[in-house]
Design a protein around this ligand. Sequence first.
Ligand code: TMP
Length: 205
Amino acid sequence: MRGRFITLEGMDGAGKSSHLSWIPDFFASRGIKLCVTREPGGTPLGEALRQMLLNTTQKSHPDTEALLMFAARREHIAQVIEPALSSGQWVLCDRFTDATFAYQAGGSGLDWGRIEQLEAWVQGELQPHLTLYFDVPSQVGKQRTQSVREPDRFESEGMAFFDRVRAGYLKRLKQFPHRMHLIDSTQSYEDVKVMVESIILSNCF
Ligand code: TMP
């Protein structure tokens, strides 16, 4: 049987990475060994593109950014995601196409329809079965990232950019209410964990 495809989303500082640390064990304790991967990245080419996209202070044209995200994604689907799903393995991906809608369309103002075209071309029928969207107001996200590390290309954007990123995510959530689940990530770590566990249990088992 084909595996399931689960994605984690949220603006920088929303807390998805800290929850990524326990989710694979949660699945493992129920007999499912996840293939854990990320975007941009997940393949040698994808990781090289990630370096180019994030470790820079220079902004590229939003079309260029979106095309590079989808180039990395095409390779990732071909080399990692599709082979795993076809062989019955479940895949957990830290960000996927919802991030391109939120960041390149929402944040950077690229036309939504353009990304839908790229999505159809690159993914065909492939969509996540379940998306955990960690939601925080942009001030909270910004504060959290500033306090832990040097900001990368996107993290150094201003508050207005992150307001638009969040609006982009919320627009996707409205479009896909069955697939995407909003987690109020302003709650304590423990409360968020309980929420995530309950969404996983009711959607995956
Ligand atoms: P992260 O994986 O550490 O959260 O960082 C990835 C960064 O790349 C994050 O700021 C969001 C950004 N990004 C996009 O702008 N578009 C995309 O399609 C993806 C996957 C990520």
